[in-house]
Design a protein around this ligand. Structure first.
Ligand code: APR
Ligand code: PHB
Length: 391
């Protein structure tokens, strides 16, 4: 006989784990199915800038104790253009701040919370398949330790990322997809060196974009715009540090502390949205429905706002049969998703080099950078998007 739960959740990344925690607190039973092992999930290095809305949601979920202790509150960011540098005072412009705390740590805290409450999270679930999504009795099947398993449920939450099975289970022709692929990647390096600056620095340099980020006061995360044709072996640490220094204003480069990398990777940049975000009994959350380029640090935060709408909608449906939140789920999410897509696209377009776009585009981009660095009005717009639009 098949097991039964109210909400089957596919994927144990931040979306899936946070959703299962919030639903559990609302008295709703969930089972989470994850293809990978715990160690694999915790080994992924991802961004780590949390909006206030996400921090609030993590507190509501009872998983913010370490975040409140160890998270670094940032009241501003720096935007650089060759040798010019302008601080954007997020706090003064919006009243809000962001918190720097790695996505890996968010995931670790969520895993611990699910375990503490006895939540069912099944790792290394192979061949997960979604069945009868368009009925009122959907079912999920998978293979566990070589044995076929099945789970009957009322709802399925597809939290399985961009390459997951959930979105792919919706019949062809149902979804409308919107996509932009950028002609470059980000080469990232993690090192146990103190960050070059207490705040994040986003640099537009004629040689390409650079970002100085951090995980703690002793661990730095840096990125360089690179060509997608490049390979990691072409970027020994020394070359990375030298190139980063060239892209920073001299007074910043002078205090850059270098050291051996503990992780290095190249990631492509993409904007992508699939609409609608619900099909019958399947709700898509996070990267399963949309991708943003990392320039605005919106990926994880968008996953959190989807989960906010999803947990509210599913709780109302499961507890009282109220379907209003389910009906409006896709539209509620997409209103915010598209604004974050716009912002991430704008930050990406402003701060990277696009040599193939020609001299007119380069002049317009320079004018916009000059405008941003001198205009409190545009700085305020950047700030309110960076700290996160309300939900
Ligand atoms: N079956 C079960 N699990 C799967 C499957 C599958 N077929 N395919 C993928 N998964 C798992 C992945 O192994 C991963 O652990 O789903 C999880 C999805 O997690 P994420 O990719 O982290 O996506 P999400 O939880 O939506 O978090 C969004 O992650 O990618 C970043 O920038 C993004 O920061 C944002 C955040
Ligand atoms: C990161 O620290 O990895 C990071 C920070 C800000 C971004 C993207 C990535 O915009």
């Amino acid at each position: 006989m098949a097991e039964r739960t109210q909400v089957a959740i596919i994927g144990a990344g931040p979306s899936g784990l946070l959703l299962s925690q919030l639903l559990d607190l609302a008295g709703i039973d969930t089972v989470v199915l994850e293809r990978r092992s715990r160690d694999y999930v915790l080994g992924r290095v991802r961004a780590g800038v949390l909006e206030e809305g996400m921090v609030r949601l993590l507190r509501e979920a009872g998983v913010a104790e370490r975040l409140d202790r160890e998270g670094l509150v940032h009241d501003g960011i720096e935007i650089g253009w060759n040798d010019r540098l302008q601080r954007i005072d997020l706090k003064a412009l919006t009243g809000a701040s962001v918190v720097v705390y790695g996505q890996t740590e968010v995931t670790r805290d969520l895993m611990a919370a699910r375990e503490a409450r006895g939540g069912r999270v099944i790792h290394e679930a192979q061949d997960v398949a979604l069945r009868d999504i368009d009925s009122t009795r959907p079912r999920v099947t998978w293979v566990e330790d070589g044995h076929p398993r099945a789970l009957d449920c009322d709802w399925i939450a597809g939290c399985d990322g961009f390459h997951g099975i959930s979105r792919a289970s919706i019949p062809e022709g149902t979804l409308r997809e919107y996509e932009r692929v950028y002609p470059f990647g980000w080469l990232g390096l993690l090192s146990d060196t103190p960050p070059v600056s207490s705040e994040l620095i986003y640099m537009h340099h004629d040689r390409g974009f650079a970002l100085c980020s951090q995980r703690s006061t002793t661990r730095s995360r840096y990125y360089l715009q690179c060509s997608l044709a490049e390979h990691l072996y072409e970027w020994p640490d020394e070359r990375f540090w030298a190139e980063l220094a060239r892209r920073l204003p001299p007074q910043i480069a002078a205090r850059l502390e270098t050291g051996p990398s503990i992780e290095k990777s190249i990631a492509p940049l993409r904007s992508y949205v699939a609409e609608p975000m619900r099909w019958h009994r399947l709700l898509l959350c996070g990267d399963a429905a949309h991708i943003v380029p990392p320039t605005g640090a919106k990926g994880l935060n968008l996953a959190a706002s989807d989960v906010f709408y999803a947990h509210r909608a599913l709780a109302a449906a499961c507890l009282g049969g109220d379907m209003a939140g389910i009906e409006s789920y896709s539209a509620d999410c997409l209103r915010r998703v598209w604004k974050a897509e716009r912002f991430s696209w704008w930050m990406t377009s402003l701060l990277h080099s696009f040599p193939d776009d020609g001299p007119f585009a380069a002049k317009i981009q320079a004018a916009e950078l000059d405008y941003l660095l001198g205009s409190p009005a545009l700085q305020e717009s950047l700030a309110e998007n960076y700290v996160g639009l309300p939900y």
